[in-house]
Design a protein around this ligand. Structure first.
Ligand SMILES: C[S@@+](CC[C@H](N)C(=O)[O-])C[C@H]1O[C@@H](n2cnc3c(N)ncnc32)[C@H](O)[C@@H]1O
Length: 131
């Protein structure tokens, strides 16, 4: 595929196709309710469909580092940390979203690393990247 300006950085192109904004997501997360997830929840519980799918596709994730990009209030990352022992990191550019993420994980007694940044600008090494 021919690019008209192959030297242009992806993040610059990304700026031009942005459909939402930090302000949009801050407003979204400000009103989003927090809830405790039961260990027997059919979706995000210990034997719910999500973790059974992850077990099948990824095998054991015990002790693995997992980062979710755009991961504010991720119930999937919470389930992986709670019931499969991953070390969770969330990157999100919404500060309110990250506040809610810390609250959500604390509500379940789980530690989480939160990074406020544009997902296109981060670097690092993780065992698994989710979205
Ligand atoms: C639809 S929500 C998904 C939240 C969570 N991953 C889930 O599935 O429940 C999208 C999230 O991505 C974040 N986001 C969008 N663009 C981003 C970017 N360029 N860098 C970091 N976060 C971004 C928003 O702030 C928002 O919290």
């Amino acid at each position: 595929m021919h690019l008209r300006n192959p030297g242009r950085r992806f993040s610059e192109m990304h700026d031009q196709i942005e459909l939402t904004s930090i302000q949009y997501w801050d407003e979204w997360w400000a009103t989003c309710p927090l809830g405790v997830v039961s260990a027997s929840d059919p979706a995000y519980g210990k034997e719910g469909w999500f973790l059974r799918f992850m077990d099948r596709e990824c095998g054991s994730l015990q002790g693995k580092s997992v980062i979710e990009v755009g991961g504010a209030m991720s119930y999937r990352l919470l389930a992986l940390a709670r019931f499969r022992g991953v070390v969770p990191t969330v990157v999100d550019y919404s500060s309110l979203g990250l506040d809610k993420t810390r609250e959500l994980f604390a509500l379940h007694g789980i530690a989480v690393n939160c990074i406020q940044a544009d997902m296109y600008e981060i670097s690092g090494c993780y065992d698994l990247v989710t979205h």
